[in-house]
Design a protein around this ligand. Structure first.
Ligand code: G3P
Ligand code: CA
Length: 294
């Protein structure tokens, strides 16, 4: 396995084709199955971006844990979607103005009980915001990570910190299993910075289309210079868009798909995988498709 990973990286770095890298990541899946990405963990069931939600994502057989990154005042990478702590904790403020010690005092679970009383649990009260290190230490060898650099313009240097941590835990570099870590961002600049430091990391360019998505040959060529795939809102994609992008050799990962009907339709249209708050639902859809296409 390790030799395969190194071979994949050598071929990828040699510029032979991003298609080889894609095959390494998606070959086990194909059109019937699709890669199942637990969006902020199994965040339809438990408070997003807590170890509890990530654990549930694994229990529900998600293939990847999705992690959004923010950076504290003292330079620690933490798993959080928003630039502020307002929505998902018991206090208010900007992450960039708070130290890790201050972040660790926050209750990142009780908001979920209030927002979703039908799903509430006493276990969620007082859950902490995890650091990236804590997530890796808890799940590192057993999980795959789809990591997003959030608001990189607010956090200069976050890319280097991310790579240092991934490297320290042997998730990238010669010890990596290729594709176990994918880095995604809406910022092409942030992704390019990642590749300036380590060109072997597979990258996904997030796109913020909300109208029917259109992509030109020239845009595809530019994205292929550094990325192996794109991610965009699921309501923006069409069969034609998916065919054009996947025919070019790029993978397509719509977000955030929570209804079975949409999951099935997108798999039918040929997406590579998708982000979902309900990895259990996506697995049910996949199992049903497998049973119909043995
Ligand atoms: O990373 C894919 C998707 O999560 C992008 O949207 O806002 O949920 O990070 P957001
Ligand atoms: Ca995200």
């Amino acid at each position: 396995m390790r030799l395969m990973a190194i071979a994949a990286m050598v071929i990828y770095l040699s510029g032979a084709s991003s298609n080889f890298a894609i095959a390494e990541i998606s070959s086990d899946y194909g059109q019937i199955k699709g890669i199942n990405i637990s969006h902020r963990g199994a965040s339809g069931h438990a408070p997003e971006h807590t170890l509890h939600a990530y654990e549930l994502g694994n229990v529900m057989d998600g293939d990847y844990i999705e992690i959004d990154l923010q950076m504290t005042k003292d330079g620690e990478l933490i798993a959080l979607h928003d630039e502020t702590i307002d929505r998902t904790t018991d206090k208010n403020g900007l992450v960039k103005n708070l130290t890790l010690k201050e972040i660790k005092k926050l209750d990142a679970g009780s908001w979920f009980n209030e927002a979703f009383p039908e799903k509430k649990s006493t276990e969620y009260v007082g859950l902490q915001i995890p650091t990236l290190r804590e997530v890796i230490e808890r799940f590192g060898s057993d999980s795959k990570f789809f990591i997003e650099t959030k608001s990189p313009e607010v956090y200069p240097g976050m890319e280097e910190k991310l790579i240092n941590i991934l490297s320290e835990y042997n998730l990238i570099g010669v010890h990596q299993t290729f594709g176990n870590v994918i880095v995604q961002s809406f910022s092409g600049e942030s992704l390019r910075q990642i590749h300036q430091i380590d060109e072997s990391i597979p990258l996904v360019q997030l796109l913020s289309y909300y109208a029917p998505a259109i992509i030109t040959d020239s845009e595809i060529s530019k994205i292929k210079e550094y990325a192996v795939g794109v991610g965009l809102h699921y309501t923006a994609v069409s069969p034609g868009y998916i065919k054009k992008v996947t025919d070019s050799g790029l993978m397509v990962f719509p977000y955030t798909v929570n209804e079975k009907e949409d999951m099935n339709m997108l798999l039918e249209w040929g997406v590579t995988g998708m982000f979902t708050n309900y990895p259990d639902r996506l697995n049910e859809v996949i199992q049903s498709r497998i049973s119909k296409n043995p």
